[in-house]
Design a protein around this ligand. Sequence first.
Ligand SMILES: Cc1cc2nc3c(=O)[nH]c(=O)nc-3n(C[C@H](O)[C@H](O)[C@H](O)COP(=O)(O)OP(=O)(O)OC[C@H]3O[C@@H](n4cnc5c(N)ncnc54)[C@H](O)[C@@H]3O)c2cc1C
Length: 511
Amino acid sequence: MAEHKVVVIGAGIAGLVSALQLAHQGLSVTVVDKGDQVGGKMRQLKVGGAAVDSGPTVFTMRWVFDQIMASVGTRLDSELTVQRLEVLARHFWEDGSQLDLYADPERSVDAVARFAGPAQAKRFVEFCKTTRAVYDALEGPFIRSPSPTMAQMMSSLGPRGLATLASAGPMRTLWESLGKHFTDPRLRQLFARYATYCGSSPWQAPATLMLIAQVEMDGVWAVQGGMHALAQCLMRLAQARGVQFMLKQTCERIELTQGRVSGVRLQSGDSLRADSVVFNGDIAALRQGLLGPSVKGAVTTKKQSRSLSAVTWSMYTPTTGLALDRHNVFFRSDYKQEFEAVFEQGRLPAQPTVYVCAQDRGTGEPVHGPERILCLVNAPANGDKRGLTPQELADCTASSQELMARCGLSLQLEPSSSCIRTTPQDFHQLFPATGGALYGQATHGWMAAFARSNAKAQVPGLYLAGGSVHPGPGVPMAAMSGQLAAAALMDNLGLTKSSPAAATSGGTLTH
Ligand SMILES: Cc1cc2nc3c(=O)[nH]c(=O)nc-3n(C[C@H](O)[C@H](O)[C@H](O)COP(=O)(O)OP(=O)(O)OC[C@H]3O[C@@H](n4cnc5c(N)ncnc54)[C@H](O)[C@@H]3O)c2cc1C
């Protein structure tokens, strides 16, 4: 068989995983990305001389990366230093209360008891049983399935899985369901926030998204060198297997010959021949025709509303007044107004929840002087439309600072030589056709999870990978979509390895 050429458009986590696995199996792979670094959203910004993680910060589902590394004949621990965090996240409320959740479940139960009393701690234990059961029921039939449908999922769940799902109340919203678990409004709020991990509102997301809480309770890890080091590691492994990287190159067209993918054209005017293309951008770009008219109809799933965007501040600054941990959340008493502002009014919330990642903390190393900080508030994905007004930004900035100050933390959010702000408009420039949405389509309504496209586009030779396709957003999920795209491509070439054991053995296919 002649050498099969693959072009991967996008060096996000999914594109990197696809490229690595395809090259490991003997295919000739070129990765093209418009950015000047690999990783896509998993980017790093140089601020005041420090490299600050300015995309994803919470590293969960380590097993996904253990499997990816095994599939290419190595181990995560051989390639990166990854440390399990004792504190999953530290939560502050404006009334002065504070709650840490821990990797050790018993410590979390004790902390909840001290925070909200033994009755709530008991409810927390019951909640954990439910999230465990929901996660276990859905991991195989939904998360790992290449192309789940509601009917298929129901049949593979079996009576026990169906009963679990029914107990979670899948037709309820996450917010409603949490109201049945917790009577303390702060605990309801804390666990509702997990809907935002896939860019959604707890008032519209299905109750099944409580499984995200389980994902975090199963462990959060810190990657030495930051999350961006994971992207660089995948690039290095891919290069060692012959993958060519072309950065600062925008792909403006996917070319077809007789209805099948035959190459890509770059904005520079250059063309690359390809027998297959993996597209790792947001599928909205295909729909909008940004990759040319011939692939505009390559995705036929129903269009859903956009997920959350964000305003972020990447900083290198001293922090004073409060003992931060690595992952910190500052809550207000009225949570609903934030999601009404973003999803109903298309505005930046005047009273946002504030997330602060202090990336130098949590691993036992002492912090002196300036430290690397990413501060994030949720925002509407309107970076291609009206955008945020200067007043909205000013109000949101002031109230975020005020909230942190009320909880004891002094942090200045004004852009300066030690603070870079990124808005939905900026994210829209970085991630075309998204309006700045960072998690693909919102998971609103109980069928939304089934509305994502699978890895096979409706054009022969075109595959899809990334947070906008199944199984969805977040670093591990997008990485899984990269694996699914690579597997679908190999399958179509008739090169799928025969046994599941072989799939993780690291052997190279020759053809
Ligand atoms: C601020 C922030 C915080 C987040 N927090 C977390 C978190 O804590 N934990 C977590 O798990 N997830 C988090 N996420 C989500 C997570 O980062 C994403 O779901 C995941 O990284 C998306 O990966 P992807 O494979 O879809 O590719 P993306 O990261 O979306 O990358 C796509 C790449 O394609 C390139 N591209 C697109 N179109 C073209 C074109 N035409 N030509 C050339 N190149 C193109 C882009 O330049 C980009 O590099 C966060 C995201 C952000 C931005």
